[in-house]
Design a protein around this ligand. Structure first.
Ligand code: ZN
Length: 152
């Protein structure tokens, strides 16, 4: 008996099904902990997405005043400046300078058991630029950070 499976058809079917197996190609979930950690060190944003959604969960128990976390996206070259201005802005401003144009996307600060989401236009990302995400809670950005890349 002749097997009629064309390899190209299989490859296309796999490519179409592949990204749908996770949360969807245009969104990501990232956990944060009482041990001051993000559970992911890298995120990849497909250039084919119009918007990209990030959901941050705080899987710890500590309140946001003690171990608050947020998810802030900026150019890697802007990280230190956004973080230091954020500390001065304080918790009422979610540790971000109000109207900071360097911030591409950010969630509010959350405490243990809470979650928050943010969506941003993928068109804001430029190919070849280095982007980082981090937590702007005072003292966290040195450890709680990762890199975000625009995938072709
Ligand atoms: Zn944090």
């Amino acid at each position: 008996m002749r097997i009629r499976r064309h390899p190209l058809v299989l490859a296309v079917a796999f490519a179409l099904a592949g990204p749908a197996l996770a949360a969807g190609p245009c969104e990501a979930e990232i956990d944060s902990t009482d041990a001051m950690q993000f559970t992911k060190a890298t995120l990849s944003v497909p250039a084919s997405c119009k918007q990209f959604k990030v959901t941050l969960k705080h899987v710890g128990k500590l309140p946001k005043a003690a171990m608050g976390h947020n998810w802030v996206l900026a150019k890697t070259s802007d990280l230190a400046g956004v973080a230091s201005d954020g500390i001065a802005a304080g918790l009422p401003n979610d540790y971000l300078k109000p109207g900071d144009a360097r911030v591409i996307a950010a969630t509010k600060i959350i405490g243990g058991g809470e979650s928050a989401s943010v969506s941003f236009d993928v068109a804001k990302l430029k190919a070849g630029e280095a982007y980082s995400y981090f937590c702007s809670f005072p003292g966290h950005s040195g450890i709680m950070k990762g890199t975000l890349t625009l995938a072709k």
